[in-house]
Design a protein. Structure first.
Length: 254
């Protein structure tokens, strides 16, 4: 690995890049699932799209595999690598709301918690995840189902614009009217088309109180449960939604 190239990268970054044993490295490779963590050669913490571009160019020149980390919840390990991790979560993690335009401006490494809080201050909400400690980037670029999907579609349906750093290091805007093919691909294609450093997302009026409950059933009720859900689907309204999970709790009762 070229120390000259590394020093040159450090000189242009407004953020930082770290190696094993250095401050911030363990944070940079930690993931929600321990099985998804990998020992990266370097972890870059960009503060801007220009930092991301510089890190990409460095990684390509050094022949390093690249991985992009937003919220770090990829159970498949897609946000980890033994090469270069570009970690957006340390600095590009903010969200702000434009209540007049009803739009949210969200950093590529932000969690939904930041988005929810920014929108809630103005009586607004958007189609975020079903929990607020996951990353905006992974969910949005993968499509994204949320509690408001019945009324407003998936998360990617609500994108207005994205700022993308391409594999060449070029920084572009993409929307319905600018780089529209790239915009189309990023809405569901994951991070395969570039690194998104900012999302602009539609927001909608939202009352402050909602009804939420958790129901659990034993396995011998599965057939009745499925029949009940199928019946509910026939009359479901846009303001209703549900998430289902099946588990084996072991010998101890829940």
């Amino acid at each position: 690995m070229s120390s000259q190239a590394l020093n040159q990268l450090k000189s242009v970054l407004s953020g930082e890049i770290v190696a094993p044993g250095e401050e911030g490295y363990n944070y940079g490779i930690a993931r929600w699932s321990d099985t998804a963590s990998k020992p990266a050669t370097y972890v870059a913490f960009p503060k801007s799209a220009e930092d991301v571009a510089a890190a990409i160019k460095f990684g390509r020149a050094q022949g390093l595999e690249l991985a992009i980390c937003g919220g770090g919840h990829s159970w498949s390990g897609a946000s980890s690598t033994t090469g270069l991790v570009i970690h957006l979560g340390k600095y590009l993690n903010t969200a702000r709301c434009d209540p007049q335009e009803k739009q949210l401006y969200v950093g590529g490494g932000a969690l939904w918690d930041a988005v929810d809080k920014a929108a809630y201050e103005h009586g607004l909400a958007t189609v975020g995840g079903t929990v607020n400690h996951t990353g905006v980037g992974g969910l949005t670029l993968g499509g994204g189902y949320g509690w408001l999907s019945g009324r407003h579609g998936v998360t990617s349906d609500n994108l207005v614009q994205i700022t993308v750093v391409l594999a060449s290091g070029e920084i572009v805007k993409a929307s319905e009217t600018e780089n529209s093919d790239l915009f189309w691909g990023c809405r569901g294609g994951g991070s395969n088309f570039g690194v998104v450093t900012e999302f602009v997302i539609k927001a909608y009026p939202q009352r402050p109180t909602v009804f939420l409950t958790i129901l659990t059933f034993p396995i011998d009720k599965l057939e009745a449960f499925v029949e009940g859900v199928e019946s509910w689907f026939e009359t479901i309204t846009p303001d209703e939604g549900a998430a289902f999970g099946f588990m084996n709790p072991g010998p101890k009762p829940l």
